[in-house]
Structure formats: C-alpha cells, structure tokens
Design a protein around this ligand. Sequence first.
Ligand SMILES: Nc1ncnc2c1ncn2[C@@H]1O[C@H](COP(=O)(O)OP(=O)(O)OP(=O)(O)O)[C@@H](O)[C@H]1O
Ligand SMILES: [Mg+2]
Length: 459
Amino acid sequence: MNLKEVLKMADEMVFAKTGQHLDNLQEAILRGTMQGEKYTKIAEEIHCNESYVRQVGSQLWQILSEKLGEDINKKNFRSAMKRFQFSIVSHFAQDCVQISCVNYCGEARHPPNIPNSHPPNQETANSKQTRTLHQDLSEMPELGDFFDRTPELQTLTTWILQQRSRLITLIGISGIGKTSLAVQLVQQIKDEFECVIWCNIDASHTPDEFEHQLIEFFSHSEKLDSPASNPKRLPLIKYLQNHRCLIVLDDVQNLFCSGELAGKYKPESEAYRSLFKQIEKLSHQSCFLLIGWEQPREVTQVKNHNTPIRTLQLKGLDIAAAGEILRDYGLAEIDNSESLIHRYQGNPLWLKSVATLIQDLGGGVTELLPNDTILLPEDLKDVLQQQFDRLSELEKQVISLLAKENQPIDRAKLLENNTIPLSDLVNALQSLSRRCLIEQQESSYTIPPVLKQYAIASM
Ligand SMILES: Nc1ncnc2c1ncn2[C@@H]1O[C@H](COP(=O)(O)OP(=O)(O)OP(=O)(O)O)[C@@H](O)[C@H]1O
Ligand SMILES: [Mg+2]
C-alpha cells in the first residue's frame, strides 16, 4: 500500500471526525507505524517525549476506531487501512454495475446526474488507488508493425477498465492478430494495474504449475512491497481480491482436446475449468484475458451482459490497415489490392504469407492471382493444417459439404443431404462457428475462400 494514499485516507477520516487535519506529530506517528517502527523510534526521530507520542497515538487510534467502526491500534492499523481501501473499491464496483453499463470505476468519478454514493472523503481516498507495482511480461512477444485496431482496443479497454469484466476471451482464427492486439492493449493499460502477468499456455503447463507460478509471482510482489514481513502463500483468489491484477493467458486452445468439438478440456487440464469458474463467480478486482482459437465451453454459454464475462471474436483488418501491410511488400499500389485483401479476409498473417510468395517470385499480382484465384503458400498450409488437425470427424464432414458449395448454404439444405443426423449437424455447425472456421448469416453458412481452397485440396 502506498504511504501517501494511507496518510491521505487517514487525514480525511480525522478531518471528518474532528474538523482538523492531521498535525505533524500525528502524521509522524502514522508514517512510523506504516514503516513498522516502535514509539521509541518515532519519538527519537521527531525529538519528542515518548510518553507524549504514545498519548497522541492512542487518541489517534480512538478517532480512527470511531470512524471505521472497529478497534484500531498501532498493530492493526496497516491491515485495517488495506481492508478499508479494498471495501471502498468493491462497493464502488458494485455501485457501478447497478448504475448502468456505462461506469467510471477506473477513474473514481461519478457519472453525470448520478447522486454521489459515498462521502467526499471516501471518493478522494479511492482516486488513483491503482498503480503498477509488479509486472512479469517476459513471455509477452515483442510487437512489430501494428496498424489500426482502434475499435477493438476501445472495446477491450472499456470492458476491462470501466466495466470491470473479470474474464474476457479473445478468439479468432490463426494469424488474425489476437496476440498482437493483446500486446498493444497491455502496453496501453498496464499502468492501471498493480500486477500484470503474461503466460503462454503450452501442453506442458499443468494447472497446478500454472497456479503455483501465479501465487509465487503475487507473493513475491507482496514481499517486495513490505520487505520486513514474510507473507505466507495464500490461495490464488485472495491475491486477485487484494490486488488489481491483469493476467493474460495466450494460446488457451492448448487446454482443449484435438479431434473433439471445440472447447472440450483435456482430462489433464480440467482444473483450469474450475479456476475459470472461480474467476467468473467470485468477487475480486482482477481480470483474466484468455486468447486462443477456441473458447472454453462454459464461456460460450454466457450471453447476458450483466455478467462479468465478455467475448471478442476478432475479424480481419480493414482495407486501409491491410493495405499498410501490403505496402511493406511493395504491393500497395496494385490495382486489385482491395480484392486481394478481401480474398484473404484481411488476415494479416495470410496477407504476409501470400505477399512474400509474390515478392519472391517477382511476379505481378494480376499474373499470379488472376480473378478470384487463391494461392496457398506452404507456410500458410502448415498453419491451416494445425487448425484442421484439431477438428472432429463430424466437423470435417460438414466442412467438406460446405466446401462444395459456391453460395451460402442453408441449414435445411445441409440436412437434405441426409448423411449427418440433425443433432450432430447442429453441434458441428456450432463448434465450427466457435472456432471461427465458418460464417453464419441467419440460417445460412459459408466457409471463407482460403479455408475452402485448403479444404478442397486436403480433404
Ligand atoms: N494490426 C496489425 N498490424 C500489422 N500487423 C499485424 C497486426 N496484427 C497482426 N499482425 C501481424 O500478423 C501476424 C499474426 O499476428 P498474431 O501472431 O498476433 O496472430 P494470432 O491471431 O495471435 O495468431 P495465432 O492464433 O496463430 O497465435 C504477425 O506477423 C503480426 O505481426
Ligand atoms: Mg497468437
């Protein structure tokens, strides 16, 4: 806890009770108490009689006890202030949820026309209550060129800072730019948090190891805050309650089974399910951002906007931003750049891959990519294969059916095909949508051109 903030909170409490601000002696007592000093040392430092310091101290504890409605003394002052600060934050967060979907939690100011729900001293105490103390961004990749994504950054920032969402999933097909977007987001908002950590989930990450890693990080951070104390390890949720933390988990698809419908936890990853449930259900002031190709199943069931869960399905870059990528390859000025971007759905990785091929061959786009032609460079095929390898047999059948069609195909028409029972078909369609591999418009489905081309060539 920040000493300045504590002194400010205490000053406002004393002022509210006595009409007087803290004097120098009272402030010295609080400062010394926060630094774990005894009365003898405080008295020495300010050249004052020790018994007088004790007497002023005891009056001060009395005032604070009356103000906080609990017994405050020199021993418990620090923890009481911490509790008090946390209760302001959680009350304030609850108020914000009740007020409306627009809120001002991160900025500790009241929306226009909404009555001030806390006494002025509490409002001031809450202001600037977060600051970045500890970060572990060693697993966060470096950001290369990054174009646009303004609306997506705004949406995520609103969800995290203003709406205080506790669990956000950012999903999208490989190469669409999820990791890059999250890196940019973290760089923009990290200072609003006390702790920020980025973890890449790989197959070897057991849930126990992961939880242990987080607890180690948080307890180490607390130790750095107060080197004198030796905090004991707490359950993860306690740290998420006591501190405002941002935890980014990238590549969460590694938690889910291959060959099954989307988002089914591997047996050895089941404990992550309970962890995410806790993150969603229990009250705390932290945020988990999950990034990957598939959503955890329980998250997909949430459609209610009053819940602290949100999902952003990332689409391709717009023409201007995708054009910037082509510019890097000397392809910005070509006539059919827009059509090229559409064909590759503004997917930055796909565009880079095909632009590299064109550059390497030294050919013109019109010559290599006439009309609606789609080239699939080998590196792009490798990326797509990884995603197709994860599909269940049922999904592969549905993809083959969709790939044969040139127009969006209606669900009823798919059913007429008679090869797949209704319940299997709808489950497969839902799963493919959750993997962002097919697009749905009302009851019609299409498969994007690049995926179609790959499906025809490979299945
Ligand atoms: N907004 C952007 N502007 C420029 N380049 C971008 C942008 N977003 C992504 N890229 C580039 O596209 C490529 C893929 O991006 P990124 O790794 O973020 O995708 P991803 O969705 O995380 O993929 P995966 O699911 O495979 O992890 C990278 O080379 C990245 O630099
Ligand atoms: Mg990524």
